[in-house]
Design a protein around this ligand. Structure first.
Ligand code: G3P
Ligand code: MG
Length: 244
């Protein structure tokens, strides 16, 4: 692992959703095969297990029906999450990646901060570099809870809005980064975030023109369903799995 600054970090969104079923081991394997250095996945706590999944219902991405939290873990694992893949546990994702990529765990479901903090302790004990892990959420209360449990873990504050105070909320949270939506990002927000010492990672950026626009705005990274598009358009100068 060399530590070199990249101009625009390419973050595989839900693994690499454009190349394989979202939030599955197959999708993550494909992201890794493409050389993706940073991977984002979503987590819920179901039946006492951290599972990697995006929606609160099963219909869109599996052959199941109903709310995720109404299922037993055994029933969830019997479902097809695309191409015959099972819904993975967060532990399986950690084992697969094995610090070959930086990991962004998005706390999607309630009650995930404490078990994710414990999971990260395990990753750190097994050799993952601290700064290869980033925890994000739209649920900023859970980010506060995570920071309370382990102040060393880097957090990223997600937003789907353009706040009056720009990135101030993320600084107040003690975040490392702020993760705005492509829909709302503008020059004033990026400038303000950088002035506050925050990295800016924008979701979800797939079109070459949007990738170019984000590069021109000077953002630090983009979440993409096609992470290879970003690296083909703006080849990194080195390979680092750290969030930087
Ligand atoms: O973390 C970036 C992005 O994943 C946030 O939106 O809905 O795709 O989880 P969503
Ligand atoms: Mg997400």
């Amino acid at each position: 692992m060399t530590i070199t600054t990249q101009s625009l970090i390419s973050i595989g969104h839900r693994g690499a959703k454009g190349h394989g079923p979202e939030n599955t081991l197959l999708g993550i394997e494909r992201a890794l095969a493409l050389g993706t250095t940073h991977i984002e996945i979503d987590v819920f706590l179901v039946d006492g297990e951290l599972v990697v999944f995006h929606d609160d219902r099963l219909e869109r991405t599996t052959n199941g029906t109903g709310y995720l939290w109404d299922q037993s873990f055994t029933d969830l694992r019997s479902l097809d999450a695309g191409s015959g893949e099972k819904i993975p546990t967060l532990a399986e994702v950690g084992t697969l990646i094995n610090w070959r990529a930086g990991l962004n765990i998005e706390l999607k479901g309630p009650g995930t901060a404490a078990p994710v903090a414990a999971f990260i302790d395990d990753l750190l004990n097994s050799g993952w570099p601290l700064h290869s892990i980033l925890v994000s959420s739209f649920d900023h209360r859970q980010l506060v809870e995570l920071k309370r449990l382990n102040s060393q873990i880097r957090i990223g504050a997600l937003t789907a809005s353009l706040p009056v105070d720009n990135a101030r909320f993320a600084e107040t949270l003690g975040a490392f980064s702020v993760h705005p939506s492509l829909e709302f990002i503008d020059w004033a927000f990026v400038t303000d975030a950088h002035a506050r010492g925050l990295k800016v990672y924008v979701y979800t950026v797939d079109h070459p023109e949007d990738i170019a626009r984000m590069h021109a705005l000077g953002v630090d990274g983009v979440f993409s369903n096609f992470p290879d598009r970003v690296t083909n358009q703006y080849p990194p100068t080195g390979r680092s799995i750290l969030w930087e």
